[in-house]
Write a protein that binds this ligand. Structure first.
Ligand code: SAM
Ligand code: SF4
Length: 432
């Protein structure tokens, strides 16, 4: 069992889906830097695309994503028009360079748009960026808005992986978080996809929900293991109503405290490992034959804005409102507000609005942080080590959370829940 250190657990640390993290982005890094980075992409550089659809048919009370109610179809078609405009602008700057590797659709809920529009969008992306390649395509889907049409659409578009928001199968929790979806609904979705040959299915689950206990989580996990998703992400619910007013509908007094949250995360980890899943990083699990588990076995897991991934592309281009692009020397986020995003594109401008330039030291720190989170070990360059870092690592060593083996720093099994705290010791942008 993992040891519980409340002061470490309760310390706010970034999720490090990028380094420097989003808190270091600033408005002085914008479209000029974005255009320069796109111009610098080489002909053989592996490029992955992320498309953000910031709409859902129904908004869940707990949601911390950049999304809003789909509402009128006019709103969706105006957004899709802007997305097409952005695709054209980016493609012009790339000038046919870059090798399309993957396309990930996220949100929000990509199935808030019309299936016909989705097919058209995939077709356009593959034609413009693909040059005949057959990229891996993954899509996040809200099961409540899934229809048989969508199963056919995803199959026609050669989507290989679908991710469903499940959160919890407990009816009382579903009522408390404003997201009703009986287990039979998920069963129907999975059966429809499997019948169409789409076997790679992810579930998003959460712990730390109102009224949730280890026992209630365990009941959800009973159904999860029965349904055998290829991957599971088990996120801790982040309750920040001051940032996401929709979360005010959640009864904060019913939320489990930090030590109960810790027990739930620990239980989820032990149960899923016991069921044969391979633990990836600190909150993902994959079946042993899933490409993510295979990547873990060979030290090739990566971390980006979508979490832990086996995607090895050097460049990720984010398209759509709030989407983030990742270049070796630049991270840049598009304008978050869909209306302002549309205006930018309509004016013939790229949409990058905040970012951070990564110099050689940031890149070296980014590599150590990524390796610690993904591989649980890293061999930091001696130039990154200073007395402050030494002191932080000595503390983790004394607690048995890290070990030094030659040049390499290893996170122990006991240190796993503290991986982000350990990574934060290498973060020069964080307030220590
Ligand atoms: C884009 S949604 C997944 C796809 C689809 N929209 C759905 O909900 O079915 C992203 C995921 O982020 C997670 N999430 C959203 N709000 C969260 C929060 N406040 N704390 C932790 N995880 C959250 C949920 O697990 C959710 O499934
Ligand atoms: S959890 Fe998914 S479906 Fe619910 S509001 Fe957020 S993005 Fe939309």
């Amino acid at each position: 069992m993992w040891p519980y250190y409340p002061d470490l657990m309760e310390r706010p640390v970034p999720r490090y889906t990028s380094y420097p993290p989003a808190t270091a982005f600033c408005a002085s890094v914008g479209t000029e830097a974005q255009a320069r980075a796109l111009n610098a992409v080489g002909p053989g550089t592996a490029v992955s695309l992320y498309l953000h659809i910031p709409y859902c048919q129904k908004i869940c009370w707990y949601c911390g994503c950049n999304t809003g109610a789909a509402g009128r179809t006019q709103r969706l078609s105006a957004y899709l028009k802007a997305l097409e405009g952005e695709i054209a602008l980016v493609a012009k700057l790339l000038g046919g360079r870059g090798k399309l590797h993957r396309i990930a659709f996220g949100g929000g809920s990509p199935n808030a748009i019309d299936p016909v529009d989705f097919v058209r969008l995939v077709d356009r992306l593959v034609t413009i960026f693909g040059a005949g390649a057959a990229p891996d395509i993954s899509v996040e889907i809200d099961p409540r808005a899934f229809t048989p049409d969508w199963a056919m659409t995803l199959a026609i578009s050669q989507v290989s992986r679908v991710s469903f928001g499940v959160q919890s199968f407990d009816p009382a929790i579903q009522a408390a978080i404003g997201r009703i979806q009986p287990v039979t609904m998920i069963e129907t979705c999975i059966a429809a996809l499997r019948a169409r040959g789409i076997k790679a299915i992810n579930f998003d689950l959460m712990y730390g929900l109102p009224g949730q206990t280890v026992e209630v989580l365990d009941q959800t996990l009973d159904d999860v293991v029965r349904l055998k998703p290829s991957r599971i992400a088990l996120f801790g619910y982040a309750h920040v109503p001051q940032m996401f007013p929709r979360q005010r509908r959640i009864d904060a007094t019913a939320l489990p405290g930090p030590s109960a949250r810790f027990d739930q995360a620990a239980h989820g980890y032990e149960r899923l490992i016991g069921e044969g899943y391979v633990a990836i990083g600190f909150d993902h699990f994959a079946q042993p034959d899933d490409p993510l588990a295979k990547a873990a076995a060979t030290g090739r897991v990566r971390r980006n804005f979508q979490g832990f991934t086996e995607d090895q592309a050097e460049v990720m281009i984010g398209l759509g409102a709030s989407a983030i692009s990742l270049f070796p020397d630049l991270i840049i986020q598009n304008e978050k507000n869909p209306g302002a995003y549309r205006d930018r594109i309509a004016g013939g401008q790229l949409a990058g609005s905040r970012g951070v330039v990564r110099g050689p030291e940031d890149q070296a720190r980014a590599q150590v942080i990524e390796q610690l989170l993904c591989q649980h070990s890293a061999a930091p360059d001696p130039s990154l080590v200073d007395p402050q870092l030494e002191a932080a690592l000595a503390q983790f060593r004394a607690l048995g959370l890290v070990e030094q083996k030659g040049d390499a720093l290893w996170i122990t099994e006991q240190g796993r829940p503290y991986a982000r705290n350990i990574a934060a010791a290498f973060d020069r942008h964080a307030a220590h």
